[in-house]
Design a protein around this ligand. Structure first.
Ligand code: PEP
Length: 249
């Protein structure tokens, strides 16, 4: 089978003002150089999405969103529909990030609806899963991941419309990362799940690793079997770091 093309996705979280467009410009300027190796995606806060998408037009870098509401419109004050994000230029939407699950009580069923709403809007869903430190310590990691995969991935998932991001909660923003051996075991488990549920599509779906990815550890993590790219938080805010991570894959 052909190699799966890696995706390096940046999650800016609640960071970025109009002044950050200069940093984004630097990412656009470096994107062509890494385009042979990987697809690049930056997910800024919704306030910057349209401006970034306009700048990214015709460049080797796409723009995405960090969350969406499952409905296409209506009386949902403060929420943003997938259709609106697509209209602003998003080509992908992150759903089920652990910060959404923890801060907003989002569960698997809602995450699945959000993934389906991304497709309804014509964009890719990046579904995040991951265990907490407590779940890991209790030896429950694979059970938790199986439950999240079962509950968050819609039946109609394909290699084109869905990306899975494995993000151990204890590794997000902490500087801690699992060992390459642990990542290989867990991504192998996710691959088996995807292949058994989605057959040929499951064999080709991208599985990203996320959690404290930096230029110094990216190459080692990206070389692990069944790691098809990264979801990068903090290190995606700086063009030099984000591009260096992409070069490492
Ligand atoms: C994330 O929250 O998606 C993430 C991976 O964050 P960080 O890279 O900062 O650990």
């Amino acid at each position: 089978t052909d190699a799966i093309r890696p995706l390096i996705a940046g999650n800016w979280k609640m960071n970025g003002l109009k002044g950050s467009i200069a940093e984004f410009d630097a990412m656009l300027n470096g994107a062509a150089e890494v385009a042979a190796k990987a697809d690049l995606l930056v997910c800024p806060p919704a306030t910057l999405l349209a401006a970034f998408a306009t700048k990214a037009a015709g460049k080797k870098l796409s723009v995405g969103a960090q969350d969406c509401h499952p409905k296409s419109s209506g009386a949902h004050t403060g929420d943003i529909a997938a259709e609106m994000l697509a209209d602003a230029g998003a080509t992908a939407i992150i759903v089920g990030h652990s910060e959404r699950r923890a801060d907003h009580g989002e569960g698997d069923a809602l995450v699945m609806q959000k993934a389906e709403s991304a497709w309804r809007a014509g964009v890719t869903a990046i579904v995040c899963i991951g265990e907490t430190q407590g779940q890991r310590d209790a030896g429950k990691t694979l059970d938790i991941l199986r439950g999240q995969l079962d509950g968050s991935l819609p039946d109609a998932s394909t290699a084109a419309n869905l990306v899975v991001a494995y993000e151990p909660v204890w590794a997000i923003g902490t500087g801690l990362t699992p060992t390459a051996k642990d990542v290989e075991q867990i991504h192998g488990f996710i691959r088996e799940f995807l292949t058994s549920r989605f057959k040929a599509d499951g064999a080709r779906m991208r599985i990203l690793y996320g959690g404290s990815v930096k230029p110094s550890n990216a190459a080692e993590l990206m070389a692990v079997k069944n790691v098809n790219g990264a979801l990068v938080g903090g290190a995606s805010l700086k063009a030099a770091d984000f591009l260096a991570i992409a070069k490492g894959c």
